[in-house]
Design a protein around this ligand. Structure first.
Ligand SMILES: [Mg+2]
Length: 196
């Protein structure tokens, strides 16, 4: 696995800077008007546990479809934060487990469309196996509870944060669960304290 220099903030993509959840929900609800699902029902990262097998499989198919990115909005404040980090020299990388070349291209196009200054500056790190813990970052922002657990195991007290989804409500107290403007301040404080 690749590692990154300058101890960047590692930022996840799906569900962290891109709201693929709402894009998928809109698709599901269009196709299943009799079985609509509200965002508040998505209470578990493992969708099978909260919305059932059929909807979960629909979701996993959708995230393999590059067109889902055209339908996805940025998370509020996420790309403005990253643009500010580019401007101010806050080191960060975008990490994604996506391996499908079509989906990866759709993500790059999406980023260029919504934040061209970020797209030209940022390193995109494919995490093909293992954890984002192995990237050598200084902090992690990720909506996946499995990643929080890994980072906690690898390095007790490591700074981890997540956007405030219904499915991140069970985050332990050690994980900051907050909207992007607060994640911005949190990450900047970590980077500036590391620089002494
Ligand atoms: Mg994610």
């Amino acid at each position: 696995m690749a590692t990154v220099g300058s101890r960047p903030v590692v930022v996840d993509w799906d569900g962290t800077i891109a709201d693929i959840v709402s894009a998928w929900l809109a698709r599901w609800n269009r196709e299943h008007p009799d079985r609509r699902i509200r965002l508040g029902q998505v209470r578990d990262y493992d969708l099978r546990r909260c919305v059932g097998d059929e909807a979960a499989e629909h979701f996993y198919r959708a995230i393999g479809d590059p067109r889902l990115y055209e339908e996805s909005s940025p998370m509020p404040g996420a790309l403005a934060t990253l643009a500010g980090w580019v401007r101010d020299g806050v080191p960060f990388v975008l990490a994604t487990a996506t391996v499908d070349p079509g989906v990866l291209m759709a993500k790059r196009v999406w980023l260029r469309r919504h934040a061209s200054d970020v797209a030209t500056a940022v390193e995109i790190v494919p995490v093909l196996s293992g954890s984002k813990a192995d990237l050598g970052g200084i902090a992690l922002i990720d909506d996946n509870p499995a990643e929080w657990a890994t980072w906690a195991r690898v390095r007790a007290g490591f700074p981890v944060a997540t956007p405030p989804w219904p499915y991140t409500q069970s985050a332990p107290p050690s994980v900051l669960r907050a909207p992007w403007p607060r994640l911005d301040r949190w990450a900047r404080a970590i980077v500036s304290s590391s620089r002494g």
